[in-house]
Design a protein around this ligand. Structure first.
Ligand SMILES: Nc1ncnc2c1ncn2[C@@H]1O[C@H](COP(=O)(O)OP(=O)(O)OP(=O)(O)O)[C@@H](O)[C@H]1O
Ligand SMILES: O=C(O)C1=C[C@@H](O)[C@@H](O)[C@H](O)C1
Ligand SMILES: [Mg+2]
Length: 206
């Protein structure tokens, strides 16, 4: 199946960390829910950080189309992420993900919730920084573990892990990936991770 992000079949409704030392970049302007947003946002960070969760929230608040990269890949491949990993392998998934990401060069306004690994493969971080604003949603491993222990089955990298193994996996993955996430334009964590903080960033780029 050929998927275009402009195709009618993919609507904005199809929506489907940390520790690092980088401070959130300066947020200067104030904003309201009525802020006119003319911008291109990529939400990055570990699985379970809340990229899809926040994209859905921000879509409603700012009336900006939101897209979930994992869901778009699933539609393009007509398989679940789990099936793609099992049948085609992770490398195939990473290529499909990078290809789908690049379709956003044609779009004027969007919020994309990336997959957890998107930032770390195929020069995607460089590409996203060139074509939009990257925001790292940075939740601590304890929060990720707690959330993901209930939602493992459709996440192939963690589906067979018990709670202790999940915790260890997340800690080492985060350490490995932080260098990519750290290339983001903004990082939101702790009490900076709020709708107000997102608003300020979006307003600053309106
Ligand atoms: N700030 C939050 N408050 C409450 N629940 C949250 C919050 N952020 C995320 N969640 C919940 O945690 C779970 C994981 O969040 P979500 O699916 O958005 O993560 P993700 O970053 O998109 O992960 P993935 O990389 O696997 O796609 C979901 O059930 C979501 O509703
Ligand atoms: O962290 C990861 O590598 C992944 C996160 C998910 O969003 C999916 O993209 C997939 O399960 C891989
Ligand atoms: Mg997601």
């Amino acid at each position: 199946m050929n998927v275009s992000i402009d195709a009618k079949c993919i609507t904005p409704n199809m929506m489907t960390t940390t520790t690092a030392k980088k401070p959130a970049k300066a947020i200067t302007k104030d904003s309201t829910a009525d802020t006119k947003v003319g911008t291109k946002i990529f939400l990055i960070g570990m699985m379970g950080a809340g990229k899809s969760f926040w994209a859905e929230k921000l879509k409603k608040r700012f009336k900006v189309p939101a897209y979930d990269l994992d869901s778009l890949v699933e539609m393009m491949e007509e398989k679940s992420i789990k099936e793609i990993f099992e049948e085609d392998g992770e490398e195939y998934f990473r290529k499909a993900e990078a290809k789908m990401l690049r379709l956003f060069s044609e779009k004027k306004q969007f919020i994309v919730s990336c997959g957890g690994g998107t930032a770390c493969y195929n020069d995607n971080m460089k590409w996203m920084n060139k074509h939009g604003i990257t925001i790292w949603i940075d939740e601590p491993v304890e929060v990720l573990s707690e959330r993901l222990s209930k939602e493992k089955s459709h996440r192939p990298l963690i589906k067979d892990l018990d709670d202790e193994a999940l915790n260890n996996f997340l800690s080492s993955k985060l350490e490995e990936r932080a260098t990519f996430y750290d290339q983001s334009a903004y990082r939101l964590s702790g009490d900076k991770l709020s709708e107000t903080a997102f608003s300020k960033i979006l307003a600053g780029h309106a």
